[in-house]
Design a binder for this molecule. Sequence first.
Ligand SMILES: [Zn+2]
Length: 189
Amino acid sequence: MTRRNVFFGMLAAALSTLWKSSTVSSAAAPVKSIDAMQQNWRALLAEGVKVPLASEPLKLSKDEWRKRLTPEQFHILREEGTEQPGSSPLNGEKRPGVFVCAGCGLPLFTSEMKFESGTGWPSFFTAIPGAFGKTTDYKLILPRTEYHCIRCGGHHGHVFDDGPKPTGQRWCNNGVALKFIPKTAKAAT
Ligand SMILES: [Zn+2]
């Protein structure tokens, strides 16, 4: 390699580094950090509303769950059912607020974490830290990652790796298993 080629090689390497760093920063700038979303989820919780902690487990018998839940909620949360796509009014829910477990009230997602996946199920690209446990299920032969509420064990959905950037996650949740608390909700007195 001649000196001249070495010089151009170095120049090209420097330019490509500059180019890469500028594209990375401009792509990341408008996205609120996932960490910030996860750590500050309480900012979307309606004032005065009390929610349980993940560290306070709720264990009930099948009969007790049957009394507490609607038949549809029971089927999905306690028997790992799946609702019809497009059936949940929460698909179109876009107000600021927090999605909690319909079984036990544990906060699971915020409105900031929701996106329109086009699947007909409420979808999220991340979750509130510590809200879920995971298992692998083989119901459709190919393994899928099932997730459930860490507090009551209620089944919520499956998480896939074809979600939007930056997490690439798609938490596909049954709307029946969720309750939405709008940020503007008044606390029960
Ligand atoms: Zn729960």
